[in-house]
Design a protein around this ligand. Structure first.
Ligand code: ATP
Ligand code: MG
Length: 788
C-alpha cells in the first residue's frame, strides 16, 4: 500500500507534494483556483497521513460539501489505502458527521440517542401551529409571517450560532434602545441585514416562536437539519471526550462554510489542532446560505501557526477554456488577482452563440452533442457531457430536446421536470378534469392545497367509492350535494370548495378554454402559489416550474410542439437534403400525420406532458451512460469533458432574484471551469417568460468580457473542428487514446446521413417557420471537420 501511494505521489507537482507532505501538526490552508488539484491533494494527504504518518484511519475526519463528493472521495481512497481503512475514515458532510456523532454522544447534550431528524415539511407544520397565537398581533401591526419565512429566519439565526435564548436577549436589548437610535442603526445596517430580524414586534414574535419551536422539538426528541450542526458544536465544545478521538480534520470547499460549520471544525480540532482546509474564494457561491468567506481569516486567528500553500497549475481544462473563465472572473474588480497557469495546450476556443428562441438553442445543444460524439469516433460517450443551468425550470426545454434526439439524460440534484411535485400537482388536477375516474390524481390533490382532509377521511371516501362502484370524485360530489346523508357536516364543508373548483374548471374545459388559461385559472382558484409559499422553502423555484408548465402548454397550443415543431423539422430536413441529399423520406412524415379525432386541447396537452416523462429504462439506469443536466450550484467540484451552459442572459446570469452580483459572476465562473475539453455558452435572443415570448439580452458578465479589448477574443462563434488538432488536444486533456479512424469515418457517415443540425443551415431550415426570426447565420458549405 505504501509503495502504491508513494508511487502516486510522484505524479504531483512540487507545490502539491509539499501540501500533501506538510507536517500534520501545522495547520494548513491550501488556496487555489479550480482544477488545480485541491481535492486530489486533500485525498492524497489523507492517504499519506494513514500510510506514512501512521494515523489510525478512524482518527481522521474529512468533511465534504455534498454526499456525492464524499462518495467520490471514498472511491479514490479505496484505491489508495484499501477498503477496510477507507471504511473507518469519518467522512461526509458536516450534517452527516454530526448526526453520526450525536447518535453516540447524545446524552452529553441532553437528547436521546434515538432522536428523529425533522425535515423542513415537518418544521413548517410546527410553525403553522406556533404562529396562530401571534396572528392577532401581526394583523394589528399590518405584518404577515409565513411558516417558510419563519423557517428561513430561524435557520439564519442558527447558522450564526444563535440560540433562542440568545435571540430573546438580543431582541430585549434592541427594543430597550430609544426609537431614534434604533432607526439610525437600521439605516446604517441597510435593509437586508439579518440583525433587522431581531427588533421590534417582529423580532419579539420570531424569538418567541423560536423558543417554542425548540421546546416542541425537544419534547419530540427531534432535531432539525440546523440543529444537527448546533448540537454538534455543543457536543464537541462541551465534551472534550468527543473530540479526543480526532487527530486530523480536513475540509474541502472551505470557502462555502458558514459560522456554525466553522465553529464545529474549530471544536473538533481543539484537542489535536491539526487542520487542513482547501478552498477558493473565487468559487464562493453560497453566501445566500450564510457562508462566510471570513472563515479563512478566522482560522488564522484561532490556529495561530496556520500556513498557506498556493497551487497555481490547472490540470483540468484546455488553455482556451481557462483563459475564457479567467476573463469572466477578472471583471470583478475587487477580487484579488491570482495566478493560474495551464498545463494543457490551447484547444478550441469556447463557443458563444445566439439563437432566436430557447427551443432552437436546446435543439442546437442536442444536435451538437451528437455531432461531437460522431466526430470523436466514440472517444467521448454521453456521460462526458453536462448541461449546466442557473434555474431548475430551464431543464424542461433541454430535457425535451435531448429526448427528441434520443439522447439519454439524467437530472442531477433535482427531479426531472415532469416528476416534480408542483408539476405533478397541477397535472393531477388537469387529469381529474379530463377523467374524473382517475383515482391516483384524486388522492394526490383532494387535500392539496390543504383542506384539512385527513388520511382517514380519504380512506373512507375511497372505500365508499369502491362500494358504490363510482369514481371517488363523484362520491364527493354526491356528499356535497347531500345525496349521501350519513356523512358529518364538517367533512361535507371541507370538500365543497374542492368540488366547486373542479366543477368550474370542467366547465371551462368543456367551453374550450386553452390549457394555458386553464392552468392559470386552476392555480388561481386553489391558491396554489400561496400553498407553495406556505409549505416549501424553495417555493420561488417551484412557482417558476409552474410558470414553465404554462410555457409548455402555450407551446403545445401554438402547435410549437406538434405542428410548427414538425414544420421546423421538415424545413430542417429540406435544408439537409439540399446539403446532403437524402433526408428522412416521405413515408416517415406521412406516418406521423395527425388524425385529430377526440383530441381536445386539454387532452393533447396532457398527452404531450405524459409522453415527455417516458424516458428511463432499467437498462439505462444500469449503464449510467447519460448526459447530465445539473444546476451550476450542484456541479461544484465536479468536471466533464464537455460543458454546455444555456441561457447566458441578463436576468439569468446574474439571476434577477439575486442581490449579490459578484456571487452570480463567481457562479458562472464555477460553471465554466467544470469543462475539460470543450465549453459552449449559448443564449436565446427571446425567451418564453410567464407564457409570453420576450426579448432577452446577453449576460452582462459576457458582454463585459467582449467589451474589454484584452479579452474580447476569448470566445468564438466557430464550432470546433473535431477531426483535426482540436481532437488531439481533447485526447491529451482527457488522457485518452485517439479514436480509431475507421470508427470515426463510420460514425461521421452515419451522422451526416441522419443528423440534422439546426445551426448549419440555420437560415435555410428556419427561414419559413413563423415566429423564428432570421438570425444572420450563414449556411456553411459543409459540416465543420467534414472532408471537402
Ligand atoms: P475545484 O476547485 O473545481 O474543486 P480542484 O482544485 O479540487 O478543483 P481536482 O478536482 O482535485 O481540482 O483536480 C482537477 C483535475 O486535475 C482532476 O482530474 C485531477 O485528477 C487532475 N490533476 C490534479 N493534479 C494533477 C497532477 N499533478 N497531474 C495530473 N492531473 C492532475
Ligand atoms: Mg475540488
Amino acid at each position: 500500500m505504501a509503495d502504491n501511494i508513494n508511487e502516486l505521489l510522484k505524479e504531483l507537482n512540487p507545490a502539491q507534494l509539499q501540501a500533501v507532505q506538510h507536517p500534520p501538526q501545522i495547520p494548513l490552508q491550501i488556496l487555489a483556483g479550480p482544477g488545480s488539484g485541491k481535492t486530489k491533494v486533500l485525498t492524497m494527504r489523507i492517504a499519506h497521513l494513514i500510510t506514512n504518518c501512521y494515523h489510525p484511519p478512524w482518527s481522521i475526519c474529512a468533511v465534504t460539501f455534498t454526499n456525492k463528493a464524499a462518495n467520490e472521495m471514498r472511491e479514490r481512497l479505496v484505491k489508495l489505502v484499501g477498503k477496510d481503512n477507507t471504511a473507518q475514515i469519518r467522512m461526509g458532510t458536516f450534517h452527516a458527521l454530526c448526526c453520526n456523532f450525536l447518535r453516540r454522544y447524545a446524552r452529553y447534550v441532553g437528547i436521546e440517542g434515538n432522536f428523529t431528524v425533522c425535515d423542513a415539511d415537518e418544521s413548517k407544520k410546527i410553525f403553522a401551529k406556533l404562529l396562530k397565537p401571534h396572528q392577532e398581533r401581526l394583523k394589528g401591526r399590518n405584518l404577515t409571517l409565513k411558516e417558510a419565512t419563519v423557517l428561513s429566519m430561524i435557520s439564519k439565526l442558527k447558522a450564526k450560532g444563535m440560540t433562542a435564548d440568545d435571540a430573546l436577549a438580543k431582541v430585549a436589548e434592541a427594543n430597550a434602545r430609544p426609537a431614534e437610535e434604533r432607526i439610525r442603526r437600521r439605516m446604517e445596517r441597510g435593509a437586508n441585514d439579518n440583525a433587522n430580524l431581531l427588533e421590534g414586534d417582529l423580532g419579539e414574535i420570531i424569538a418567541a416562536i423560536y423558543k417554542e419551536y425548540e421546546k416542541t422539538l425537544r419534547e419530540a426528541n427531534s432535531l432539525d437539519f440546523d440543529d444537527l450542526l448546533v448540537f454538534g458544536v455543543r457536543m464537541f465544545a462541551g465534551h472534550k471526550k468527543a473530540s479526543a478521538w480526532c487527530r486530523h480534520v480536513l475540509v474541502d470547499e472551505y470557502q462555502d462554510t458558514n459560522t456554525t460549520q466553522y465553529e464545529l471544525m474549530r471544536h473538533i480540532a481543539q484537542a489535536s489542532k491539526c487542520v487542513t482546509i482547501v478552498g477558493d474564494p473565487d468559487q464562493s457561491i453560497y453566501g445566500w446560505r450564510s457562508a462566510e468567506i471570513t472563515n479563512l481569516a478566522n482560522m488564522q486567528r484561532d490556529f495561530p501557526n496556520t500556513q498557506q500553500i498556493y497551487l497555481e497549475t490547472n490540470y483540468r481544462s484546455t488553455a482556451s477554456i481557462l483563459a475564457a473563465s479567467m476573463a469572466i472572473i477578472s471583471q470583478d474588480k475587487n477580487r484579488i488577482q491570482k495566478t493560474l497557469n495551464t498545463s494543457h495546450p490551447k484547444g478550441p476556443l469556447p463557443v458563444l452563440r445566439a439563437f432566436p428562441m430557447e427551443q432552437v438553442e436546446a435543439g442546437f445543444i442536442a444536435a451538437e452533442i451528437k455531432r461531437i460524439i460522431a466526430f470523436t469516433g466514440g472517444m467521448l460517450t454521453w456521460s462526458d457531457f453536462v448541461v449546466l443551468l442557473r434555474y431548475n425550470a430551464h431543464s424542461r426545454v433541454i430535457e425535451a430536446a435531448l429526448q427528441k434526439e434520443g439522447i439519454p439524460n439524467r437530472v442531477l440534484a433535482g427531479h426531472k421536470f415532469f416528476e416534480r411535485m408542483e408539476v405533478k400537482d397541477v397535472l393531477a388536477y388537469l387529469q381529474l378534469i379530463d377523467n374524473p375516474a382517475f383515482v391516483p390524481a384524486f388522492t394526490r390533490v383532494v387535500n392539496v392545497p390543504s383542506r384539512t382532509v385527513g388520511e382517514k377521511t380519504v380512506a373512507e371516501l375511497l372505500h365508499r367509492a369502491s362500494q358504490l362502484k363510482l369514481p371517488p370524485l363523484t362520491v364527493v360530489e354526491r356528499i356535497v350535494e347531500g345525496k349521501i346523508p350519513d356523512i358529518k357536516p364538517p367533512v361535507k364543508r371541507k370538500l365543497s370548495s374542492f368540488v366547486d373548483t373542479l366543477r368550474d374548471l370542467r366547465r371551462y374545459a368543456h367551453e374550450g378554454m386553452s390549457p394555458t388559461k386553464l392552468i392559470t385559472a386552476l392555480v388561481d382558484l386553489v391558491g396554489y402559489q400561496e400553498h407553495l409559499r406556505k409549505t416549501q422553502p424553495d417555493h420561488e423555484s417551484r412557482w417558476e416550474n409552474v410558470q414553465e408548465l404554462i410555457n409548455f402548454a402555450s407551446e403545445v397550443e401554438n402547435g410549437m410542439d406538434a405542428k410548427a415543431g414538425r414544420r421546423m423539422e421538415d424545413a430542417a430536413e429540406r435544408a439537409h437534403e439540399e446539403l446532403w441529399g437524402d433526408g428522412l423520406g416521405e413515408w416517415d412524415r406521412d406516418q406521423v400525420e395527425e388524425d385529430g379525432e377526440g383530441d381536445t386541447p386539454l387532452r393533447h396537452f396532457l398527452q404531450a406532458s405524459m409522453l415527455s416523462t417516458d424516458t428511463e429504462t432499467p437498462e439505462d439506469e444500469k449503464s449510467k451512460d447519460k448526459v447530465t443536466i445539473s444546476t451550476c450550484h450542484a456541479a461544484k467540484g465536479l468536471e466533464w469533458a464537455v460543458v454546455m451552459i444555456p441561457a447566458v442572459e441578463d436576468g439569468v446570469f446574474p439571476s434577477a432574484r439575486s442581490e449579490d452580483t459578484e456571487e452570480e459572476r463567481r457562479l458562472l465562473y464555477v460553471a465554466c471551469t467544470r469543462a475539460q475539453g470543450l465549453l459552449y455558452l449559448t443564449h436565446a435572443t427571446s425567451r418564453m417568460i410567464a407564457g409570453e415570448q420576450k426579448p432577452t439580452d446577453l449576460s452582462p458578465f459576457i458582454a463585459e468580457v467582449r467589451g474589454d479589448h484584452q479579452t474580447r477574443g476569448v470566445f468564438s462563434e466557430e464550432l470546433p473542428s473535431l477531426p483535426g488538432q482540436d481532437r488531439t488536444t481533447i485526447c491529451k486533456v482527457l488522457g485518452r487514446p485517439p479514436p480509431d479512424e475507421t470508427e470515426v469515418k463510420r460514425r461521421v457517415a452515419e451522422f451526416t446521413q441522419t443528423g440534422r443540425h439546426p445551426v448549419w443551415g440555420m437560415n435555410a431550415p428556419f427561414r419559413d417557420v413563423p415566429g423564428v426570426p432570421h438570425n444572420g447565420y450563414a449556411v456553411p458549405a459543409r459540416y465543420p471537420g467534414q472532408q471537402a
